[in-house]
Design a binder for this molecule. Structure first.
Ligand SMILES: Cc1ncc(COP(=O)(O)O)c(C=O)c1O
Length: 395
């Protein structure tokens, strides 16, 4: 009898799938003393810990047997109703049964890729794009095709050509306060994409975790309001407006996608934490979320303004950057001869960090770009971080 000594290989689905450099970097930038503009960490001092505690206490006191028990895959009924209400108030009529609660919106993306994508299908993505979404689609075997940008939007003409050539299954977009660039697509640009989705028969996955963090300018409607059919499926999250550690997100589904998503979720984790959902539903009903969001918007807006005011001193001549109306990130383009990945080591030596832009591109990286997060620290720390960046980038 022969003895097999080698370990079986990993599944082929991991061939060529990269670990997220952003996650890897977070470890490095968590060294004490580093001011990190790298991760998208909400400011911990703005978490409403007292409110969260009161809600957990309340649900554990009144219904311990229920909230510590297994629960339906679709999610807590009160929470689904509250999420649906928030959409309806913002102009997108939504029923509780349209909502599937997920373990972070990241799980929503993962379930959608499982439900919608077969190996070899083309998924169109923005260039650059949110890395961990690219990972979901890649793990499902998708071929990722980048859609070029035109100004602050997606190039609709290029999108039409790519749709014609590739017959894609889906277009993935973060239309509001995009990660990594902070850009927001105009109403017209959104409508163009929805029209193309209808014409070519692909779905739009509208990933919208940042829309409620607006500090200036007028809200832009969700792409789902622009489609008479079920062409647009939305994912959302409490991570940026309540607390990421709760891992609470959702998918706004439709009758075609919902059954597949529910089966995929059963296979993934049966359901999202019962007690966390119950506490979140209680917290939403208490009205504290709106009050805390107002506080966050004011403070994050101040932080954005501090960073924007400091950038001209911190970055090399010839750099440019955008002025997002909300969210967490802004996007810097350095002079073309500079490589942000190479500059990161010098920055870390100066106890400051950012994320190089290159890994956010599915195919053709632009190495002279970087993402800066402006929300994590108070203004005086942002200023100190920018001083360090100026010292590190003094070329
Ligand atoms: C665009 C985008 N989508 C989804 C997520 C996942 O968020 P969560 O799983 O915490 O809801 C993030 C997290 O940063 C994000 O930036």
């Amino acid at each position: 009898m022969s003895i097999v000594t080698s370990t079986p290989a990993l599944s082929r689905r991991f061939d060529g799938v990269r670990s997220s450099i952003v996650r890897d970097l977070l470890a490095l930038t968590e060294r004490p003393g580093v001011i990190s503009f790298a991760g998208g960490m909400p400011a911990p001092e703005l978490f409403d810990a007292a409110g969260a505690r009161a809600s957990f206490d309340a649900v554990l006191a009144t219904a311990p047997g229920k909230v510590l028990q297994y629960s339906p895959t679709e999610g807590n009924a009160d929470l689904r109703a509250a999420i649906a209400d928030r959409y309806s108030v913002r102009g997108l009529p939504t029923r509780p049964e349209d909502i599937l609660v997920t373990t972070g919106s990241q799980q929503g993306l993962s379930l959608l890729s499982m439900a919608l994508v077969d190996a070899g299908d083309v998924v169109l993505v923005e260039s650059p794009s949110y890395l961990a979404a690219l990972q979901c689609f890649a793990l499902a075997g998708a071929t990722l095709v980048e859609v070029p940008s035109a100004g602050e939007g997606i190039d609709a003409e290029a999108l039409a050509q790519l749709a014609e050539r590739h017959q894609p299954k889906a277009l993935y977009t973060v239309p509001t306060f995009h990660n990594p660039t902070g850009r927001t697509l105009s109403s017209e640009n959104r409508q163009q994409m929805v029209d193309l989705a209808q014409r070519f028969g692909f779905r739009v996955i509208e990933d919208d975790p940042y829309a409620e963090l607006r500090y200036s300018g007028a809200p832009v409607p969700s792409m789902a309001t622009m489609s008479a059919t079920d062409q647009v499926v939305c994912t959302g999250s409490f991570s940026k407006i309540l607390a990421p550690g709760l891992r609470l997100g959702w998918v706004r589904t439709d009758p075609t996608t919902k059954p597949a998503l529910v089966v995929a979720k059963q296979a993934a984790d049966l359901h999202t934490s019962t007690v966390d959902q119950a506490a979140a539903a209680h917290y939403l009903a208490s009205g504290r979320l709106e009050a805390n969001l107002t506080r966050c918007r004011t403070e994050y807006g101040r932080r954005r303004d501090t960073m924007l005011a400091g950038l001209p001193r911190a970055l090399p001549a010839g750099s440019s950057w955008n002025h997002p109306d909300g969210g967490m990130f802004l996007w810097v383009t350095l002079p073309p001869e500079l490589d942000a990945s190479q500059l990161l080591a010098a920055a870390i030596d100066h106890q400051v960090a950012f994320v190089p832009g290159a890994p956010f591109f599915a195919r053709s990286p632009r190495t002279n770009t970087m993402r800066l997060s402006f929300i994590t620290y108070p203004p005086d720390v942002i200023t100190e971080g920018l001083n360090r960046l100026a010292a590190a980038l003094r070329l």
